[in-house]
Design a protein around this ligand. Structure first.
Ligand SMILES: NC(=O)c1ccc[n+]([C@@H]2O[C@H](COP(=O)([O-])OP(=O)(O)OC[C@H]3O[C@@H](n4cnc5c(N)ncnc54)[C@H](OP(=O)(O)O)[C@@H]3O)[C@@H](O)[C@H]2O)c1
Length: 339
């Protein structure tokens, strides 16, 4: 089968021929219909975990081809979406990829493979940030009906930010304040945000304070993690009991004052400490989609399938992608037979 290896310095991709992988005991083997890109797919080989040249894809939708010995919930032919464990072999920029059952869910009939491929990685990361790090009550908990203090989402146009907003819809907040730029129309369409702050203005801190209107804020999601975002948030969060959920585990957060706790949020935990949390979440996600309570992220299908992964990763690196996922139809790849 064809598989894409991501290389760094300079960022480039190579399509190789490799054997179809076998699922482990608790895994499914998926014929990938669509795979999606995430900024970490170029960052990992570039500077996070340099020197490792593997298929960096983590998100996919497709059809179950085979299941491992312990698998009883999925069978050959099922339509699914799934997240592949980060930094491991058999990634999703390929004709076939493996995924553990705890990060795989059945697709209800009302969602396309395209839309479904945008969900697994970003939604799960958003959920870990909101529920495990910020300790916002999970939608099934009785406390989820209680009104929470304001929530700030820095980077509402990012896929993590947008899925955090969609999850926030299951709870109740005094305010949901979103920092964003050109992604604002999409964020507005979700109908959750109460206030908007444009990061392209130089008054982000004063605009955030104005949006808070004197209310104390204890919870912030920083989906951007650039040199400004967590400094801005540090200046508006309450001086006691506050937490910022951050998504770049290796960054230096020492500029965040000691009275604010830093909730390092890492998708990779779904395959160890957050294994059961992810299992429960992925089962609910399928149902939420079926009930119209959850949807995918806007997306753009790049042409020529896997051949465009390199272009897509460069677009993410350049910062030219606003409020959408870049996805690839594997069967559009020259040399791969159409579905
Ligand atoms: N820890 C983990 O496991 C994990 C998992 C996934 C991703 N990540 C990291 O989390 C971050 C977000 O990933 P993603 O896939 O959600 O990103 P993404 O969808 O590619 O983010 C693109 C969006 O970022 C917004 N943006 C850019 N600069 C901004 C700023 N200064 N302030 C506010 N918004 C800004 C843009 O908003 P506008 O369109 O409004 O301009 C754009 O729509 C990345 O750094 C990624 O590497 C970590």
């Amino acid at each position: 089968m064809k598989s894409v290896i991501v290389k760094a310095h300079p960022l480039r991709c190579e399509i190789i021929d490799t054997p179809i992988p076998q699922p482990g005991p608790d895994e499914v083997l998926i014929k990938v219909i669509f795979c999606a890109s995430n900024p970490r797919d170029w960052k990992a080989p570039d500077h996070l975990i340099p020197g490792i040249e593997i298929n960096q894809g983590n998100e996919m939708s497709g059809i179950v081809e085979a299941v491992g010995n312990n698998v009883y919930e999925f069978q050959k032919g099922d339509r699914v979406a799934a997240a592949h464990p980060m930094q491991t072999e058999n990634g999703t920029y390929a004709e076939y990829a493996t995924a553990p059952v705890n990060t795989c869910f059945l697709l209800p009939p009302n969602i396309s493979f395209e839309e479904a491929s945008t969900i697994p990685f970003a939604l799960c990361t958003a959920a870990i940030g909101l529920y495990q790090r910020l300790k916002i009550p999970f939608p099934t908990s009785p406390e989820s009906t209680q009104v929470q203090p304001p929530l700030i989402i820095y980077g509402g146009g990012s896929s993590i930010g947008a899925f955090t907003l969609k999850l926030a819809k299951f709870g109740r907040f005094e305010k949901v304040i979103v920092v964003c730029g050109s992604g604002r129309p999409y964020i507005e369409s979700l109908g959750v945000a109460t206030d908007f702050v444009d990061y392209r203005n130089c008054n982000v801190v004063s605009d955030l304070k104005a949006a808070l209107g004197g209310k104390k804020c204890f919870h912030a999601v920083d989906a951007i993690n650039d040199s400004n975002s967590f400094r801005h948030l540090s200046q508006v969060l309450a001086p006691e009991g506050s937490c910022i959920s951050v998504y770049l585990p290796r960054l230096d957060y020492s500029d965040i004052p000691p009275w604010i706790s830093v909730g390092i949020t890492f998708f990779g935990t779904v395959h160890n400490e957050n294994m059961d949390f992810a299992y429960a979440l992925f089962r609910l996600v399928g149902r939420w989609i079926a009930e119209g309570k959850m949807s995918g992220h806007p997306y753009e299908v790049l042409p020529h399938g896997l051949e465009s992964v390199e272009r897509g990763l460069w677009m993410l690196k350049d910062g030219s992608v606003s409020a959408k996922k870049l996805i690839y139809k594997v069967s559009d790849t020259p040399g791969i037979s159409p579905v």
